[in-house]
Design a protein around this ligand. Structure first.
Ligand code: P53
Length: 479
């Protein structure tokens, strides 16, 4: 086999996050997390972040798809598809219900012991995110979330406990899910899920808070990497970046430079994680704007000593931006500069569909960071229909995944990119992070539940289930 082909032990699998599928939000002493105070929204309707759990409102995470009680049945289905790995997260608030305790909650630790054992029974390697949009709510109400330096200690204590406990059960870890989403600091959902920052509309200090919180997260991540390697030198600990390549709207130099500035503003997080220091473009930006005030010499040392082993990434779509003359210094936050790209199709939720953008992304990350990549999310959120005979035909999902897997294999074979694994998002239908809907489905396995929380929770294999089974069996040659 050529060095430039998918290895025999390529990690095919699927990805989920605890808060989007486990449910059992209060069971066995679990504390509330930020996900548990977010109501359901819809396409174009934001989820509401409430002040604690409010009576009479519907919170999709509370039951989700009840994976907490059904994981044996679900993992059996993953094994039937041939999964080599399964990416999920540990709900921090199961281990530390409030987040600031000394002693962990044994029942929470036991749940993940059983879950990882169940995976191992089928030879499925767990791939575990420490913080996937589920910071304990108490850390928000008492400490203000990641604006507070104390969170570094709480997080590293949590990381140490789970690294030690699962030392021989888990090898692949990631620290913070999609840490770069918060680049758009005007988006309350992203600020709450990334950093536990509950902000008001147009909050004046949102930008400064974001950069400070992100700094503390990056220090906490570096400490966790360092600690993890001491606990088990075989651990592979990665970061997790949402990779949305940003294209210029035209060949006008201002558009091209605007896109470059947007890339700098979104991907410096990966520089810190992978290279151990802030890029000079960000240092210059902070110096000019007096952002990220609290950084110590010790922090810089920690960052340099806790670089990640691989880059975990999610890829769904590309984004296209245009220069605006009202913005002569090429500032970038997010949606304000985005324009429609007429060259790509869109999903039912308006997300561009761009498989070549995936190959471009894999190349870009490999060129910048010279580390192995792991694709830990990719997929199409779509409406599915159950036919009268109970079957679900989802050729649109197969088309999307086929084109993206093709693009990934091209990146490996033609471009020499090193990719460790591929775990499509939401391998079993689950609650959408962005909208809180069930009807935005990604799965190979259908779950009978609607956007109001009604349904039998029955699992049904979709056509894509049998297709993906063949993809894995053939190591990506039978698409
Ligand atoms: P949903 C924003 C931008 C890109 C990816 O998203 C995002 C988000 C947050 O919505 O989320 C990631 O469910 C995330 C998953 C999430 C998945 O992509 O909004 O890591 O938790 O479910 C898909 O369609």
């Amino acid at each position: 086999m050529s060095k430039y082909s998918l290895p025999k032990n390529f990690l095919w699998g699927g990805a989920v996050a605890a808060n989007q599928l486990e449910g059992a939000y209060k069971e066995e002493n679990k504390g509330l997390s930020v996900a548990d105070i977010m109501t359901a929204g819809a396409n174009g309707k934001n989820r509401e972040i409430t002040d604690g759990v409010v009576d009479g409102k519907y919170y999709p995470s509370h039951e989700a798809i009840d994976f907490y009680h059904r994981y044996k049945e679900d993992i059996k289905l993953f094994a039937e598809m041939g999964f080599k790995c399964f990416r999920t997260s540990i709900a921090w608030s199961r281990i530390f219900p409030k987040g600031d305790e000394d002693q962990p909650n044994e029942a929470g630790l036991k749940f993940y012991d059983d879950l990882f054992d169940e995976c191992r029974k089928y030879g499925i390697e767990p791939v575990i995110t420490l913080s996937h949009f589920e910071i304990p709510y108490h850390l928000i109400t008492k400490y203000g979330g990641w604006r507070n330096r104390k969170l570094i200690d709480f997080f590293t204590h949590y990381a140490e406990i789970v690294f030690k406990r699962y030392r021989d059960k888990v090898t692949y870890w990631m620290t913070f899910n999609e840490i770069d989403n918060q680049t758009d600091y005007t988006n309350q959902f992203l600020m709450a899920t990334n950093s536990g920052l509950i902000l008001k509309d147009n909050q004046a200090d949102a930008e400064a808070l974001m950069y400070q919180a992100a700094h503390y997260e990056l220090v906490a991540s570096a400490l966790a990497v360092h600690l993890g390697h001491r606990i088990n030198p075989n651990f592979k600990i990665g970061c997790m970046i949402n990779m949305t390549p940003i294209y210029p709207a035209s060949s006008k130099p201002v558009d091209i430079f605007q896109a470059e500035k947007a890339m700098q503003r979104r991907y410096w997080f990966a520089d810190v994680h992978a290279l151990g220091k802030y890029p000079r473009n960000m240092e210059a930006f902070f110096a000019k704007n007096e952002l990220r005030r609290d950084i110590t010499a010790e922090d810089r040392l920690i960052l340099s000593e806790g670089t990640v082993d691989y880059i975990g990434l999610s890829y769904y779509n590309s984004m296209t931006v245009a220069y605006k003359k009202e913005n002569p210094d090429f500032h970038f936050v997010g949606p304000e500069l985005v324009v429609d790209n007429p060259n790509v199709e869109k999903s039912s939720w308006g997300w561009p569909i761009d498989p070549l953008g995936f190959r471009y992304s894999l190349n870009w990350l490999a060129d910048h960071y010279h580390k192995p990549l792991m694709v830990v999310e990719n997929g199409l959120g779509a409406y599915d229909k159950v036919e009268n005979n109970g079957e679900i035909h989802d050729p649109y999902r197969i088309d999307y995944l086929k084109a993206h897997i093709r693009a990934m294999i091209d990146a490996v074979e033609e471009d020499g990119v090193e990719v460790l694994g591929y775990t499509p998002w939401g391998c079993i239908d689950l609650v959408s992070a962005g909208t809180g809907q069930m009807s935005k489905r990604y799965g190979f396995i259908y779950v009978d539940k609607d956007d109001q929380g009604h349904g039998s929770l029955k699992r049904i294999k979709k056509d894509s289930f049998f297709w993906y089974q063949k993809v894995i069996q053939s190591n990506g040659t039978a698409l």
